[in-house]
Design a protein. Sequence first.
Length: 55
Amino acid sequence: MAKNDLVYRTLVEIMDRHPGVRLGIADIEYSEFSVEYSHALVFAIPHRKTITLEN
């Protein structure tokens, strides 16, 4: 369990340093990885728009 605690504490530190980043959980039953994992950890990271309908 100590390893899991380290992962959790590291994620909390990252979130504290980058308040614009969002952390969430996604269901991945559609994915080939669903054989081993039921969910995925996802990050939403703000960025500037790089692709538009005009270009």
